[in-house]
Design a protein around this ligand. Structure first.
Ligand SMILES: N[C@@H](CCC(=O)N[C@@H](CS)C(=O)NCC(=O)O)C(=O)O
Length: 198
């Protein structure tokens, strides 16, 4: 049994969209919970087992997991038929794993530092900065339409979703706006927008 603790218009929407794309929505029970929103509204839901009261939280046969990138990786391995991951043996798996981990290890921190205007030499030494992260994405997206190559994967779902959800993070030109527009035009993105009431 698979359960997803979900709050609309949040990182867990990206998981619902991936499940839709994987053709696996009917295999998962979605449990909608409240979370504390960035404007301070709502609050944690006692029904949510996530240790920090956050979403997404996935439970598979009684074992829970956190972290949006880990959950996506897990689901693409669990439902490989849709071809949205890169299973063991796929020559592009190293690239796929790198983007999935880079999102959490680098992109999320530098986005927060940048938009909260936190400028620290120590942080910059460790994580570089938002401009460097954008360059890294641009460098790949000038070579291939999607992050690991010619096909859309959960790495695009994970990272393009962030730029789609927060358009203010997008550079005005270069390959990122086109990539996000292609992501936005995908039927699964449009179905998710309708589910989220966007
Ligand atoms: N590192 C976590 C972050 C999850 C997270 O911050 N989720 C937000 C929604 S987008 C949340 O639940 N916020 C409620 C809170 O911070 O209490 C992940 O990657 O899954």
């Amino acid at each position: 049994m698979i359960e997803l603790y979900h709050a609309p218009r949040s990182r867990s929407s990206s998981i619902v969209q991936l499940l839709d794309d994987l053709g696996a929505l009917d295999r998962v029970t979605i449990r909608e919970v409240t979370i504390t929103r960035s404007d301070g509204s709502d609050g944690p839901d006692p029904a949510n087992p996530h240790p920090d009261g956050k979403v997404p939280y996935l439970v598979h046969d009684g074992v829970g997991m956190t972290e949006v990138n880990a959950i996506m990786l897990y689901l693409t391995d669990l439902f490989p038929e849709a071809g949205l991951g890169a299973p063991m043996g796929d020559p592009l798996r190293p690239r796929f794993l790198s983007w999935m981990a880079w999102y959490g290890n680098v992109l999320e921190p530098v986005v927060h530092f940048h938009f909260m205007e936190i400028d620290s030499p120590g942080l910059k030494r460790t994580f570089r900065d938002f401009a460097t992260a954008v360059e890294r994405l641009e460098s790949q997206l000038t070579k291939t339409p999607w992050l690991i190559g010619d096909r859309f994967t959960a790495a695009d779902q994970l990272i393009a979703h962030m730029f789609h959800f927060f358009p203010q993070f997008q550079p005005k030109d270069g390959p990122i706006p086109d990539w996000v527009a292609r992501y936005a035009a995908r039927p699964a993105t449009q179905r998710q927008a309708a589910r989220d009431g966007l």
